[in-house]
Design a protein around this ligand. Structure first.
Ligand SMILES: Cc1cc2nc3c(=O)[nH]c(=O)nc-3n(C[C@H](O)[C@H](O)[C@H](O)COP(=O)(O)O)c2cc1C
Length: 169
């Protein structure tokens, strides 16, 4: 699939088949995240791969929608914010780094015919407990990973004219 086709094809999948994901396919998806750029190449993130069959109760606590735990896997991305690059004014870029890595993963999954859905509306307190997170680790987002059982809706986006300015605000 050509890069722009991948971008076009990606959508938030909210129904999944239970078909397993081949180990090699999972590795390729994770590799897409590994190759993502990060500020100063610090790579201050960790991915957690969860097998949904064994973790239905935990996943229901994390995010209540039933489709979230339908796919064979859920992947979480966590930022090590204290290790991330900091700008002169102190702003740390750990969340940005983690977000870019997750987007690589999601686009890589799309290119391989897999479905994903960004999930940020999870319960952060439940995430801390379920994954036994140390204090410096921030849960950023989760996605199911599996083969789609629905069809993509038409994309709804603002026109470029509403999103882009030139030279000045
Ligand atoms: C940072 C982020 C967080 C999101 N969190 C959720 C979520 O918690 N639950 C959900 O169903 N969709 C979530 N979404 C999916 C968006 O609703 C979706 O991307 C948007 O409506 C555009 O639709 P599309 O992904 O199908 O193109 C999230 C997307 C992003 C980028």
């Amino acid at each position: 699939m050509d890069f722009f086709e991948v971008i076009e094809q990606r959508y938030s999948v909210r129904a999944y088949k239970r078909d397993p994901i081949d180990e090699q396919v999972l590795r390729q998806v994770l590799e897409a995240a590994r190759l993502a750029p990060t500020a100063c190449n610090i790579q201050p993130f960790q991915l957690v791969v969860v097998q949904t069959a064994k973790r239905q109760h935990d996943l229901a606590r994390l995010y209540h929608r039933a489709w979230f735990r339908e796919a064979p896997l859920v992947i979480g991305i966590f930022a090590l914010t204290d290790r991330a690059w900091a700008r002169r004014d102190g702003v740390r870029y750990g969340w940005v780094d983690a977000t870019i890595a997750m987007d690589h993963l999601i686009l890589g999954a799309t290119a391989l015919g897999l479905g994903t859905c960004w999930v940020a509306a999870f319960d952060p307190a439940a995430a801390r407990e379920i994954f036994r997170l140390p204090g410096n680790v921030q849960p950023v987002a989760f996605t199911p990973l599996g083969y789609p059982a629905d069809a993509p809706p038409a994309k709804s986006r603002k026109p470029l004219e509403e999103l882009v300015r030139y030279e000045h605000w």
